[in-house]
Design a protein around this ligand. Structure first.
Ligand code: 0PR
Length: 376
């Protein structure tokens, strides 16, 4: 740091230079985040300095958190859920499994997750010292319930289903997992980090949320398809006693209990999550999902015209394409300024169709993809 500070204008100019190096979302088909809704930005600014780590000082922000959690719960089948606004899917998953582990009695705990689980579960294995067992997928890239069942033993403290897998946008058979969880009395966590703001608005209904009796907790991220500012995740528990497993005593603060992983945390994102959900309403999200699914359908129709097939018919706005030499196609598309992603197994081209992608950009992307695929 310099001894004498620089003028505000100088610093802002420097920031603009750095900001110009960032990618703008319009050519990004690899991200699960998008432009936040303007009302989320406004709300975030209003509550930026509030600290939910000392919630007694910021009663307004604290109340907004309860409201935001109730709205998330209402969308997912239980407005009476307990929880808090996390920093994202990773924190929600960590905390859900921590609660499950703490509420169970085992010296050698394990959890059974789907092979398609997000890499946050690898962090969980390391942080929480639980054995993370991975169950195989069926040919449609959903977890195979029989494989989950085969991995369960007396030390299994949680099952995890994914509703909206990171790589394929697939939905695990949550009803079967819920039945298993009820029968075996095991905690069931549903990771709907991406899917929470998509699945309720698809034409086809899916059972994936608290309407299923076995679902104990859910991850549902406003900062993905919820159009909120970053970092905003949702952690929801059906049974308030599970949230209590995360309780830390904070005697010298204005409120003597904290549940979050982080201590000091801005109420900005909480206000943003509240504001964007109030403003969008279910109808707003339904329209967003309708747009993304229309674009997804257009993409699939068009690639089929030049001989490229998706690995599965897209369930949500994630498309995985068999383009032959995936690495080469990805590199060539990157040279044309497009950000794409891949799946690990099998290796294929992964595209996420977020609300920031315009119809015009999609057509340009498809023209370039056709050229690249035909040149192979
Ligand atoms: N669970 C699922 C199903 C996810 O897809 C993700 C993230 C997480 C949990 C973890 O969420 P946080 O990243 O909020 O902790 N899925 C994307 C991924 O890792 C996130 C992402 C977003 C990646 C924007 C890239 C990007 O530009 O692939």
């Amino acid at each position: 740091m310099r001894d004498k500070g620089e003028s505000e204008q100088d610093v802002l100019e420097q920031l603009s230079v750095y900001r110009a190096r960032d990618t703008s979302y319009d050519r990004v088909l690899s991200a699960m985040c998008t432009h936040p809704h303007p009302i989320a930005v406004r709300a975030h600014e209003m509550f930026m300095e509030t600290n939910l780590g000392d919630a007694g000082l910021f009663r307004g922000a604290h109340e907004l958190e309860h409201e935001a959690i109730a709205m998330l719960g209402g969308m997912l089948g239980d407005p009476g859920v307990s929880g808090y606004i996390t920093t994202g899917g990773t924190e929600s998953n960590i905390q859900a499994i921590r609660a499950a582990r703490n509420s169970a009695i085992s010296d050698d705990p394990n959890i059974v997750v789907s092979e398609s689980a997000h890499f946050s579960f690898d962090k969980i294995a390391d942080l929480l010292r639980v054995d993370v067992r991975k169950a195989e997928l069926d040919e449609e890239f959903r977890v195979d319930p029989a494989c989950v069942e085969a991995q369960i033993d007396d030390n299994t403290v949680a099952l995890v289903g994914i509703a909206g897998t990171t790589e394929f946008g697939q939905i695990d058979p949550i009803r079967e997992l819920s039945d298993m969880a009820v029968e075996r009395r095991i905690f069931l966590h549903v990771d709907a980090a991406f899917g929470a703001f998509v699945i309720p608005f698809l034409d086809k209904p899916y059972d994936f949320d608290f309407r299923l009796p076995g679902v104990s907790s859910m991850t549902a991220d406003p900062h993905k398809m919820g159009l909120c500012t970053i970092p905003a995740g949702g952690l929801l528990f059906r049974d308030p006693s599970h949230l209590q497993e995360l309780r830390t005593h904070t005697p010298y603060l204005t409120i003597d209990t904290q549940y979050s992983l982080s201590g000091t945390r801005s109420g900005g994102v909480t206000a943003a999550a509240y504001a964007v959900m109030r403003h969008m309403g279910l109808e707003g999200y339904r329209n967003t999902v309708k747009y993304c699914m229309k674009m997804t359908g257009r993409l699939v129709d068009r690639v089929r015209e030049f001989g490229v097939e998706p690995l599965i018919d897209p369930v949500m706005n994630v498309v995985v394409l068999d383009v032959g030499d995936t690495a080469k196609v990805r590199t060539k598309m990157a040279q044309k300024g497009w950000y794409t992603s891949i799946t690990r197994s099998p290796l294929a081209l992964r595209l996420v169709i977020m609300p920031h992608l315009s119809e015009k950009r999609l057509e340009e992307f498809l023209d370039d993809l056709e050229l690249v695929c035909r040149e192979l």
